[in-house]
Design a protein around this ligand. Structure first.
Ligand code: FE2
Ligand code: FE2
Length: 192
């Protein structure tokens, strides 16, 4: 499939607002890829596809995950926000036929992060925080940080979202803490 064909597939699954978000993430991901030396076209494709299941009801997402034999961890099962990343990766691979495992892997970890994130994983993760449609307080600071370091944005982004979940007494994703630690260690090593 061409990029435009993937884009049309994504559009079928999303509200107009979410489709616009996906287009903005695709653009941000392409720019970050260019800046940090990742594959620009892969990054753009990750961006357009990453939220493909986000407007799909959780029951249907569960069915998709079951169909393709995906087992959620306990922490994932108890955090519905993470499901669209896992079901979206499965849908992109098995239904849309995206064979590239780097792209599938980046979609799968775009919400929670994980240990050992690749450059492409980080590009998508950060693009989702700073895309042009985002307007939360502090987004400008993250956009500026994204010009010098992906890890800075990861640390700041996760440091914002984890306390938010803790305050609401919601389950934490241990892999987000791994992603936070490793990004922090990369920064510390650069400073040393
Ligand atoms: Fe997402
Ligand atoms: Fe997103």
């Amino acid at each position: 499939m061409t990029y435009e064909e993937y884009e049309r597939e994504v559009q079928k699954h999303l509200t107009q607002r979410r489709f616009y978000h996906s287009q903005c993430v695709a653009e941000s991901a392409a720019q970050l890829a260019e800046r940090y030396g990742a594959d620009v076209e892969k990054a753009r494709l990750c961006g357009i596809l990453h939220d493909i299941m986000k407007d799909t009801p959780p029951e249907e997402q569960l069915k998709i995950m079951e169909k393709f034999g995906i087992m959620l961890t306990e922490a994932e099962r108890r955090n519905v926000k993470l499901w669209h990343a896992v079901s979206g990766a499965a849908y992109a691979e098995h239904v849309l036929g995206v064979a590239d495992q780097e792209i599938i892997g980046a979609i799968a970890c775009h919400t929670g992060g994980k240990s050992g994130m690749s450059l492409l994983d980080k590009v998508l993760f950060v693009a989702d925080y700073i895309s042009a449609d985002r307007d939360y307080p502090g987004v400008e600071k993250l956009r500026i940080l994204s010009e010098s370091s992906l890890e800075e944005v990861m640390v700041e982004g996760i440091a914002f979202t984890i306390p938010e979940r803790m305050e609401a007494r919601l389950t934490l994703e241990p892999r987000s803490i791994d992603a936070y630690n490793e990004a922090l260690w990369t920064l510390e090593e650069k400073r040393e």
